[in-house]
Design a protein around this ligand. Structure first.
Ligand code: KG4
Ligand code: ZN
Length: 332
C-alpha cells in the first residue's frame, strides 16, 4: 500500500509544505522562510508572520504538489501542525489544510510540531534502536524525553526558564549579532576563543535533568559590561564561550540521562540541533559511551513540513483523523 501525505507547517516564521510517501520517502519539501523580513525587527513579529503565511501558503502548497510529481487525486491525507506555536500563524496553515482536505474529500491529520521535529530522526534514521533519550532543543522548548518506542515517551527534564534557542536569540541580540541568533552566534564563535570569558555551566552537576538558561544570559550581560569598562570586549570570544557553556550543559545532561536510563540511542530534535558544536560534541561523547547519536540533516532540523507529513503517517495508519472544527493551540 502506498500512502502519500501532504504536510503543511506554519507555526512560526516558515511557510512550508511537503509530500512524503509512507512516512519515509520525501517526494517534495518546500520551505519559504520569512527570516529576511523579521530580521529588520530583530525577531519574529507574530502579526507580520501571519500575514506572510496568508500571502505564501497557496503558492508553497502548489509548488510542493508540483515537485512531488503527483496529482491531487494521489494524495491520501492532509497533515498540518496545529500546536504549539504562534496562534495567528498556526491558524493560517490549519484553515488552509481544512479547506484543502474538505475540497479533496481527504482526511485531515493534526500534528504536534515538537513531535514533528522528533520524527525527523525516525524519517532519516529508521534503524535507530529504543529506548532512546531525545533532546528537544528549539526556539520555544528545551526538554529531555525518554522514548520507549515511537509513540510511548515520558518527560524526564525540561528548562525552568528560557529555551536553548531563546538563549541563543537573546544573547545574539544583546551582542548585536543579528537574527536568527543561533546561526549568528555559531558564526561569530568560529572566529573566537572559548575560555577568555568565564561563564557558568548551569545545573551541569545537579542530579536531575532540568535546565536553566536565563542565568547564563544574565552572566553574559554582566561579563560583557565588565569587559567593556576594561576595554576588552571581544564579541567573538564571548560568542565562543557562550556557545561552549550552553552546549556543554546540553551534552552533559543528555548523556547523564542516556547512562541512567540505559538508552540504546540518543537523538536530537529542533532548530538548535543544527548547531555544529552541539552535533560534534554530542557525537564524540556518544562514541566514548557506546551510545550512537542521531540528528536530522540540516534541512530537516529547522522548521519544515516533511517532518509533519512523516509524523502523520502512523496516525494515518491508526485512523486518527481530526474533525473539521479542530482548533489550534498556542501552547501544549
Ligand atoms: O525548531 P526551530 O526552527 O523553530 C522552533 O520550533 O522554535 O528552532 C529555531 C531556533 C532559533 O532559536 C534559532 O536561533 C535556533 O533554533 N538555531 C540554532 C542554529 N540554527 C537555528 N541555534 C544554534 N545553532 C544553530 N546553528
Ligand atoms: Zn520548530
Amino acid at each position: 500500500m502506498t500512502v502519500n501525505i501532504l504536510g503543511i507547517e506554519t507555526s512560526c516564521d516558515e511557510t512550508a509544505a511537503a509530500v512524503v510517501q509512507n512516512g519515509r520517502h520525501i517526494l517534495s519539501n518546500v520551505v519559504n522562510s520569512q527570516i529576511d523580513i523579521h530580521r529588520l525587527f530583530g525577531g519574529v513579529v507574530p502579526e507580520v508572520a501571519s500575514r506572510k503565511h496568508v500571502e505564501n501558503i497557496g503558492l508553497v502548497v502548489e509548488q510542493a504538489i508540483k515537485d512531488s510529481g503527483l496529482s491531487y487525486a494521489d494524495l491520501d491525507a492532509v497533515a498540518v501542525t496545529n500546536r504549539p506555536g504562534l496562534i495567528g500563524a498556526l491558524l493560517v496553515g490549519l484553515s488552509f489544510a481544512k479547506a484543502f482536505a474538505f475540497t479533496l474529500d481527504k482526511p485531515l491529520i493534526t500534528v504536534n510540531h515538537l513531535y514533528g521535529h522528533i520524527y525527523a530522526n525516525l524519517l532519516e534514521h529508521p534503524q535507530l534502536e529504543f529506548p532512546v533519550v531525545c533532546l528537544v532543543v528549539s526556539g520555544g522548548h528545551t526538554s529531555l524525553l525518554l522514548m520507549h518506542s515511537e509513540s510511548e515517551y515520558e518527560l524526564i527534564g525540561e528548562t525552568l526558564d528560557d529555551a536553548a534557542g531563546e538563549a541563543f536569540d537573546k544573547v545574539a541580540r544583546f551582542l548585536g549579532l543579528g537574527y536568527p541568533g543561533g546561526p549568528a552566534v555559531q558564526k561569530a564563535a568560529a572566529a573566537g576563543q572559548p575560555g577568555r570569558f568565564s561563564l557558568p555551566r548551569v545545573f551541569l552537576h545537579r542530579d536531575d535533568f532540568d535546565f536553566s538558561f536565563s542565568g547564563l544570559k544574565t552572566a553574559v550581560m554582566n561579563e560583557w559590561r565588565k569587559a567593556q569598562q576594561q576595554g576588552e570586549a571581544n564579541v567573538y570570544d564571548m560568542a565562543a564561550e557562550f556557545q561552549n557553556a550552553l552546549v556543554e550543559v546540553l551534552v552533559g545532561k543528555t548523556m547523564q540521562a542516556a547512562e541512567k536510563y540505559n538508552a540504546r540511542s540518543v537523538i536530537m530534535a529542533g532548530g538548535v540541533a543544527a548547531n555544529s558544536l552541539l552535533r560534534e560534541l554530542m557525537t564524540r561523547r556518544g562514541q566514548e559511551l557506546g551510545k550512537p547519536v542521531y540528528y536530522p540533516s540540516l534541512p530537516l532540523c529547522t522548521d519544515n513540513a516533511a517532518m509533519i507529513a512523516a509524523a502523520a503517517y502512523p496516525l494515518y495508519l491508526q485512523g486518527q483523523f481530526a474533525p473539521l472544527n479542530v482548533n489550534a493551540q498556542a501552547s501544549l
